[in-house]
Design a protein. Structure first.
Lengths: 214, 207
């Protein structure tokens, strides 16, 4: 079965590379856009207790929504294809990054911030040199959760014509062709594990020296 | 909305199927995780090994997991339930073990001093004190399982996903809306109810 799957890739290299490319592009763009929205929003929200609470509650509801339901809801409004899939996946990627950014900034100890103020740092210095570095590993933990979710969600984008590796899986299921289904399922699993590993490593690397657990 | 009103019975049946599949998977996962979690709470190496395996399973994309099971168990509900149990293990085992481990040693010692057996300590002291953390895990697992069930309709497991896929296939948006919105409402409803139970358990232990 595995040999058959490999033979399929060998005989259809462009199809496979295109699907892989679309899958990676869809996931990476969704994650990048979500980060650009969620991180600044989280930093602003963390300043005001009421805003932070509202954002966290909204994000918690967002996190519970089934991925396929979100993709399906976007379709009647925006149609099928790459762009609607990107919108849906971005929506799915925002909540974990937003919650972790807020939690990361709020979690910075009051004493540390007070000490920085005492040293004559401005609010801007405190944000850039204290709060953001301390919050970074937590933000990356959020990015890690979102990345895995987006790679997984991008498989479902095949249902609304988004392309990607999910196409092989759906075709394989429809035709009950196990090798074809493996052509989609195995690479996408490796992609997801890779994203998890990559962001896990970044999370550890970006932890400031003084905060690392020995 | 009109479609929904005219076909509410269809939606109700799909919702019932969805709840039944999710509940079956969650119950199996919970019993399994409770057994593993209790053992793992006493043996750190078993805990580390279990989390490693469960973490790996958890990272596999839903549809890929369902697809990979097809050569082994074929299409249908069994396939879906196996996948859901695999996805829930990480969250449930982690929370059950953490819950039991965070019970203060003094409390366990005094229970032992009162002459309780290991079994009694587990049932009357450790598990009740761990219950808020266990319910928190159950909450995340329930939401995950509900979400996987939507996708599992594609491999003929039934549930609300069926409405979504039929709606997409026949290009009939009201059907898609009905399936997707009901699934969202179910997930949010279950999440909020379990959150309320979790808060109540925390309060009753704090007081």
């Amino acid at each position: 079965m595995l040999a058959d799957a490999w033979r399929y890739i060998e005989t259809h290299p462009t199809q496979f590379v295109t699907a892989l490319g679309v899958h990676v592009a869809l996931s990476a763009c969704a994650l990048a856009i979500a980060a650009l929205i969620a991180i600044p929003l989280g930093i602003v929200a963390a300043r005001r207790a009421g805003f932070a609470l509202a954002a966290i509650n909204a994000a918690n509801i967002g996190r519970t929504l089934p991925s396929l339901a979100v993709l399906a809801l976007v379709m009647p409004i925006l149609g099928t294809g790459f762009a609607p899939s990107l919108v849906a996946l971005t929506l799915l990627a925002v909540p974990p990054i937003l919650t972790n950014t807020i939690a990361g900034i709020i979690g910075v100890e009051r004493d540390v911030v007070d000490a920085a103020h005492g040293m004559g740092m401005t609010a801007r210095d405190v944000l850039h040199r204290i709060e953001i570095p301390i919050a970074t590993p937590i933000v990356f933990a959020g990015l890690r959760t979102s990345a895995v979710q987006v790679v997984s969600g991008a498989v479902l984008a095949a249902f609304i014509g988004g392309g990607g590796l999910g196409d092989f899986i759906t075709a394989g299921i429809a035709m009950m062709a196990v090798p074809l289904l493996l052509v989609g399922a195995i690479p996408v699993t490796l992609l997801s594990l890779g994203a998890d590993y990559l962001f896990g490593t970044l999370e550890r690397r970006l932890t400031p020296q003084g905060l690392r657990a020995e | 909305m009109q479609w929904f009103l005219r076909n509410w019975d269809q939606v109700a049946i799909a919702l019932w199927e969805h709840v039944a599949i999710s509940l079956t998977a969650l119950s199996i996962a919970f019993v399994l995780s409770l057994a593993i979690g209790i053992v793992a709470a006493r043996r750190p190496r078993i805990y580390a090994a279990t989390l490693g395996i469960a973490g790996f399973l958890y990272t596999i994309p839903t549809l890929a997991f369902l697809a990979l099971l097809i050569p082994i168990v074929g299409l249908g509900r069994t396939n879906a339930i196996i996948a859901m149990v695999a996805f829930s293990l990480l969250i449930l085992v982690r929370n059950i073990t953490t819950g039991i481990r965070t019970v203060p040693a003094e409390i366990v010692d005094s229970a032992r001093g009162m002459g309780m057996s290991a079994m009694q300590i587990l049932a009357k002291v450790e598990l009740p004190l761990a219950s808020p953390v266990i319910v928190a895990g159950l909450r995340v697992a329930a939401v995950t399982v509900i979400s996987v069930t939507v996708v599992a309709a594609y491999i003929n497991a039934g549930g609300l996903g069926t409405l979504i896929f039929n709606g997409i296939a026949s290009d009939h948006p009201p059907k898609i809306w009905a399936g997707a919105l009901t699934a969202c409402a179910l997930a949010v409803g279950v999440d909020l109810s379990l959150a309320a139970i979790e808060r109540r358990l925390r309060r009753s232990h704090a007081g």
